[in-house]
Every structure is written in structure tokens, then in C-alpha cells.
Design a protein around this ligand. Structure first.
Ligand code: DON
Length: 311
């Protein structure tokens, strides 16, 4: 069955049955501002072309966190091309958590394994075109405004400040990469851009629109124009399958088969090749850092509507 036929009351009922899964998760601790989120928040939006089905807290604003890595990857590939980007970051999944540092030391010459772990994402962000950090984050925001059609999307400064005060691990990853010539320039300014990128806030509907565009080869359903070149949309979607759920990506590919990306705010983005985009928020996280209820919801939706790209 095509997702266009999902009705709001159907989605609402499904979410009510899945809400208890949030209790299996716990709130993130290393970013205090995220820890303050309401653990009972649960929102979902599913869109395709001009249809949108939304239920629960689908209008609530949350920060993207690692979901932003998908968007910064698309922009840096558009800015620099594949050769430059993949000279700095690899294409291989990792069985390690998102903040892993040991692989950086083991790879010779040092290179983050993929753009979805923190080290790889920081390297990718350094490649966004712009003379200053301000210009880089400004260009990323403009790109997001274009993808969502929502010019009101902005940075949650409070969350950015909260992360900046607790960013020693990302700081260590950045300086390690600088000392191994993976990245260069001012690391504090780069961290500032990366943290602001993670603190971009939107709602489930905005996120679902981004998923729809990535899903359908980068094509904007309103203008018919490719906001993201098809090949770059394909690269991004492939990373979502292989690395989007970190060290739970393999199991998620088998259970759901949906190109997806999670963030430590409890956000989840799904992008299907038929242009179905999915945005979910539920803050409590499972042991691997993915939204406990969000993961279950996307798995259940996929099984119910036969969304797996592996058919
Ligand atoms: O860099 C960090 O640690 C956070 N801003 C984002 C990490 C994240 O979302 C991991 N996802 N589950």
C-alpha cells in the first residue's frame, strides 16, 4: 500500500500503541538542554508531493542534532565535489558508537570512517563553502530554507550554548584530525559551525519535506527543480542505509529497510525513493543513541506499508 493512503487517525492510533516504547529509552545526559526535553513528546509527519499526514506533536520544534549531518553532507558535496569530500572522509560503516575516537588512530593515514559519525561530520562541515564560520552556517540555513520552503527555520542558541559548554569530546576529535592534516583552520570556529548546525530547529513536517526531496533524487515537488543533484541524493541516501543508525544500522536495514538518520534529540528522518518523507520526534534514546519509540514507529510503518527498499 502506498503511504499516500495513510490517514491521520490511523497514524495517531499507531503512535498511541507505540508510545510505551519511549519508556524503554532514556534522556541524553551530555547536552543538558536536550536532557530537559519532555520525554513524552511524540510527533510524526509523513509527506509525499503535496500530501501531508501528521499526528501527535508534529508541530513541536526540536533540534536536528545528527540528522543535520545528512544535510551538511549534501551541501559539502555540492560545494566541493565527491573527490575532495571523500579524500577527507571514508565511506565505510562502523560497528562503533557515533563519538568513536579509536578508529581515527587506527586508520593510516588518519581519516574518519564515514560522514555520519561525529569525526566525519565535523570534517564534512569544514568543507562547506564560506570565508567565515558565519557564512558557512548561513549557507547551510539558506539550503534548509530552500529544502523545506520554510524561511523561519533558525538555530536554537540555547541548545548550541549548552552543547558548546560540553563539547570536549568533539573538540578532541577536531584537534586530533587537525594534527593529522585531515582538516585545517581554526578548530574553535569549526566547532561553532558544527554545533550550530546540530542546533538547527524545525518540526516533523519540515523534516518530512526534506526526506521527500532526498528520497526523490533531490527533486523539489513544488518547482520540479532538483535542489540536490540526483547523484548526491543517492550518495546521501546510501549513507543513511549503511550508517544512519550508527551501530544499529544493519538491524534497522533488515527490520525497516528505510534510508533513515537519527539524532540525539530523538529526531528521525526517513527518505524513500517514491518521495515519501518521514519526520519523527520522541526524545528518549535506546542504548545505541537512537530514539526508542521513533525507531519502533518507523519499523512498524515500514512493515505495515511495505516500505523496505530491499522489497
Ligand atoms: O555532536 C554531538 O554529539 C551532537 N551534537 C549530535 C550527536 C547525535 O545526534 C548522535 N545521534 N544519535
Amino acid at each position: 500500500m502506498n503511504s499516500l493512503f495513510i490517514e491521520e487517525k490511523e497514524l495517531d492510533a499507531l503512535m498511541k500503541s507505540i508510545q510505551p516504547y519511549a519508556k524503554k529509552g532514556s534522556m541524553p545526559e551530555y547536552i543538558p538542554e536536550l536532557n530537559k526535553m519532555d520525554p513524552d513528546l511524540f510527533g510524526c509527519a509523513i509527506c509525499n508531493e503535496d500530501s501531508m499526514t501528521a499526528a501527535g506533536d508534529a508541530d513541536y520544534l526540536f533540534t536536528l542534532q545528527s540528522v543535520s549531518k545528512v544535510i551538511s553532507l549534501a551541501l559539502s558535496l555540492m560545494d566541493q565535489g565527491e573527490e575532495v569530500v571523500f579524500s577527507k572522509v571514508g565511506m565505510e560503516p562502523t560497528g562503533d558508537p557515533f563519538h568513536t575516537i579509536h578508529a581515527l588512530e587506527e586508520e593510516k593515514p588518519s581519516k574518519p570512517l564515514n560522514p555520519m559519525i561525529n569525526a566525519g561530520a565535523i570534517a564534512v562541515t569544514s568543507l562547506i563553502a564560506g570565508k567565515s564560520g558565519e557564512e558557512k552556517i548561513g549557507r547551510l540555513l539558506t539550503f534548509i530554507h530552500e529544502l523545506t520552503g520554510n524561511p523561519a527555520i533558525s538555530i536554537c542558541e540555547k541548545t548550541a550554548r549548552s552543547e558548546k559548554e560540553n563539547a570536549d569530546l568533539n573538540r578532541a576529535l577536531s584537534y586530533f584530525m587537525k594534527s593529522h592534516q585531515v582538516i585545517d583552520g581554526d578548530m574553535e570556529s569549526l566547532l561553532d559551525v558544527y554545533i550550530k548546525q546540530c542546533s538547527i530547529q524545525m518540526n516533523c513536517k519540515d523534516l518530512a519535506r526534506i526526506g521527500s526531496i532526498i528520497g526523490k533524487k533531490g527533486r523539489d515537488p513544488n518547482s520540479g527543480r532538483n535542489i540536490i543533484p540526483p547523484r548526491i541524493a543517492r550518495i546521501v541516501k546510501t549513507f543513511m542505509v549503511t550508517c544512519g543508525m550508527y551501530n544499529a544500522s544493519g538491524e534497522f536495514a533488515i527490520r525497516a529497510g528505510v534510508p533513515a538518520k537519527s539524532g540525539v534529540s530523538g529526531a528521525m528522518l526517513g527518505a524513500l525513493p517514491d518521495g515519501t518523507g518521514i519526520g519523527i520526534i520522541s526524545p528518549p534514546l535506546d542504548k545505541k543513541g537512537n530514539s526508542a519509540a521513533g525507531l519502533k514507529l518507523l519499523e512498524t510503518l515500514s512493515q505495515k506499508y511495505k516500505w523496505s527498499i530491499f522489497t
